[in-house]
Design a protein around this ligand. Structure first.
Ligand SMILES: [Zn+2]
Length: 303
């Protein structure tokens, strides 16, 4: 299975008027104030104990479970992705550069400053999906920042994304037998492969609320050379295992080496992904092309 082995270097809120009585005003006022105070206390208690997702001590997963939603959703997507139709309502099209990175570029901070000074707003793939499926709103100059492969080096990028409060999507490889456990999130063979983000580091990304997690297969497989059953396993298992590990919904996929064929696209769609990204160079995104979204490599080239 050496052909499947990943080679990182090869690419890239009552108010009640008191009834008029003969009681002195001060007593009435005390009664009203007391009543309002009690109401306020109940209101505060309700907010704290119940369902607001803005209370960070309640995880999004718990929030969704309380609301009887089918599953928890990735915070970077929330609340957009859980209401999308299965097919786009029309063929929407607009310019949204999707930036693709593997390792943290030496000038990554300069690239982020360029995006900021040129009025770009970094959105999640979930927000782009909302546009592609419903024509939902986007900021004036949207940009999507993506990282492939889940190298440990990407923690440097994460620190800069946090500094500039920019969203990004990280496409994570799971790893497994077919890659001799040399690569990905579950890498155990340290004698081969590169350094990859581990379970708790990816959890850290997800917990930040800035990073959406996407799937990039189990073994960084060259999908179109595999039979359909094997492709299905690489595509669906990577999605399911990330979802189970982090209690999220993984709705976007990246083709390893940017390689796919029509069977691959059909399987990615059937697996329940809303979008998939390639390595083709273009900045216009369309609903019809939602499973072959193109990406560009350098933010400094964006006007
Ligand atoms: Zn890759």
């Amino acid at each position: 299975m050496s052909a499947l082995l990943f080679n990182p270097r090869a690419q890239f809120d009552f108010d009640q008027k008191p009834k008029t009585t003969k009681k002195p005003h001060s007593i009435i006022n005390i009664g009203v104030v007391g009543f309002i105070f009690v109401l306020l206390m109940f209101s505060v208690l309700y907010q704290v104990l119940s369902l607001s997702p803005d209370h960070s001590h309640i995880s999004l997963a718990q929030y969704n479970i309380k609301l009887n939603r089918p599953t928890a959703f990735n915070r970077a997507n929330f609340p957009v992705i859980n209401s999308l139709p299965t097919e786009p309502l029309a063929n929407y099209s607009t310019k949204v550069p999707i930036l693709m990175y593997h390792y943290t570029p030496a000038n990554f901070e300069a690239q982020l400053q360029h995006l900021q000074s040129h009025g770009y707003t970094a959105i999640s793939m979930g927000q782009l999906s909302n546009f592609l499926y419903t024509g939902g709103p986007l900021p004036t100059k949207p940009v999507v920042i993506t990282f492939d492969d889940g190298f440990e080096d990407q923690l440097h990028s994460f620190e800069l994304l946090k500094k500039y409060q920019m969203k990004a999507t990280f496409y994570i490889i799971l790893g497994g037998e077919d890659s001799n456990h040399c690569i990905g999130l579950t890498r155990t063979n340290l004698a081969c492969g590169d350094s990859y983000l581990n379970w708790s580091q990816v959890k850290q990304l997800e917990d930040s609320g800035l990073i959406e997690i996407g799937a990039h297969t189990l073994n960084h497989a060259d999908l179109p050379i595999l039979n359909e059953q094997k492709q299905w396993q690489e595509i669906t298992e990577s999605k399911k295992r990330l979802e189970d590990m982090y209690n999220i919904t993984v709705s976007t996929f990246a083709y390893p080496y940017g390689r796919y064929d029509q069977t691959t696209i059909n399987l990615v769609k059937k697996a329940g992904f809303f979008t998939a990204v390639t390595t083709q160079s273009e900045t216009v995104q369309t609903s019809l092309g939602r499973y072959t979204l193109p990406r560009v490599r350098d933010a400094l080239l964006l006007p």
